[in-house]
Design a protein around this ligand. Structure first.
Ligand SMILES: [Zn+2]
Length: 75
């Protein structure tokens, strides 16, 4: 039981230390303060596509997706 608790704490620490992928919407050329955070590039792209559609009324083309990938920062 004690072992289990220690493992849980270690996993928690690893999780909080993990690098987050972030995308600043303004970097994609929008006058927008939104910042997208996700664990992976793919997840950032998914959220960015969602954001572009719902907030900016634009759909993300494959060309845009490629460009967005270069704008993703690791924080
Ligand atoms: Zn935006």
């Amino acid at each position: 039981m004690q072992c289990f608790i220690i493992l849980t704490v270690n996993n928690y620490k690893l999780k909080t230390k993990k690098i987050m992928k972030t995308l600043h919407c303004s970097d994609a050329g929008f006058d927008c303060k939104a910042v997208i955070h996700a664990d992976t590039d793919e997840e950032v792209l998914t959220q960015a596509a969602d954001h572009a559609r719902t907030v900016h009324g634009t759909s993300v083309t494959p060309e845009m997706a490629e460009q967005i990938k270069t704008l993703i920062r690791e924080e």
